[in-house]
Unconditional design. Sequence first.
Length: 472
Amino acid sequence: MSVVTRFAPSPTGYLHIGGARTALFCYLYARRRGGKYLLRIEDTDRERSTDGAVKAIFEGLDWLGLKSDETPIYQTQRFGRYKEVIAQMLAAGTAYHCYCSKEELDRMRADQMARKEKPRYDGTWRPEPGKTLPAPPAGVQPVVRFKNPIAGEVVVDDLIKGPITFDNRELDDLIIARGDGTPTYNFCVVVDDWDMGITHVIRGDDHVNNTPRQINILKALGAEPPRYAHVPMILGADGVKLSKRHGAVSVIEYRSLGFMPDALLNYLVRLGWSHGDEELFSREKMIELFDIERVQKSPARFDMEKAVWVNHQYLKTADPSIVAPELDWHLRKMSVDPTRGPKLEDVILAQRERCKTLVEMAEKSAFFYAELTGYNEKDAAKHLDANGVAALGELATKLSALADWSMPTLHETVNGFAAEKGLGLGKIAQPIRVAVAGMAISPPIDQTLALLGRERTLARLNAAVAWGRART
RNA sequence: GCUCCUAUCGUCUAGAGGCCUAGGACGGAGCCCUCUCAAGGCUUAAACCCGGGUUCGAAUCCCGGUAGGAGCGCCA
């Protein structure tokens, strides 16, 4: 049987980093077995679901390259089917009407808690052979409950956690349809997974306790339950559930932070999973090697430092043509026009060793594309002093006489000038940096000038000289 | 409270009874290289939650603690 997995977010907000990892696992599992990876939007809660959230989820999944193999399914479009199945179950006696009010249920729960018992439905309206049910109160819209088996146990043979046994006595008769007839979550999931032919349910481990109920419903329907794999959640650096106060939680925020999509995926796949001592995995490698059964049972903390390190590895080794569109995005975000300067690919090659993120790369490269708005104060004070400015003036003259503006020529000219003056290269390279880049950080000076071009270099050198003289 | 889950360096992890003097990676410290920032190279500190078993032998198996977490809705 061919594998079918699904990622099933509820559209109540952005795509969470934990959700992204779950989606990644679903995707990898299906890809490796040559199966399908589907997407289902669980939007039955119309109060909290929004179109904006649906869009945000797609946006995150698109950026990560985790688009589903088929058109996404929306639960709100399947109400007819759910009603049909509920009617079948009612007819088959695997479900029944319950007329308890919310107030009665609340009281029941409170009493049980007070008695230190696990809160559960007491079975008042559950039909049993030989049992006489109370008379239905007038004017009450009943809910529909699933008739859960009373005895025996159900074992979830989890692909990650191993076999987990639940006693049926711990499970009560959950509501599968509300008073207004709309179906509830646990029921929709079951029907959808069944109809979609899902073979492997890979989801967050906050769902383990739902699983035995879902299996029981599946069995009542005569369906074969899928395999389950419950992945532990991602914690913040402090070991507490990841939330907004930890910084970035939404996938899209990681784009803003300067991550490459595949680098984020690489970090995420290593969080809770490993393959020997390997740290770096291309998408192809992930597909080839990822194994859900080797996923860690315990939750993992998100370590921004390591995520950034992985990102840097990608920046350093990826083909510049893959990085270019992302750098373009970041430069534009800074209101810098990436077309007004050297080819992005060349800048990436020059910058990638010193930039761990695309934000850093964009900030350190903006001077290639936009005019300087000023000098870094400390750097200017240190390097654009009387000596520095004097040297720059002389050098500008030499450079303006150059017939060929190439890296080797520039290298020769600058180094020759330093030697002529009896100065270390740093003594001249640093003032140039501040003059052309506005700061004392840039790629090697010959490369920087070559990329910047003759016109801009000369103009900035002269501007720095003027600025320095005016100051003294 | 009840049910279920989990537990190796600060963090992510390797480890499927002897290969463990517990390995790798991030981060830390130190040194080297160097026109800046980096990158790179080398070195180094740092962990099996506790207690009982089982066994010739346990990080690995069992039991019990402890500590974390999840769930217990006409939410998903």
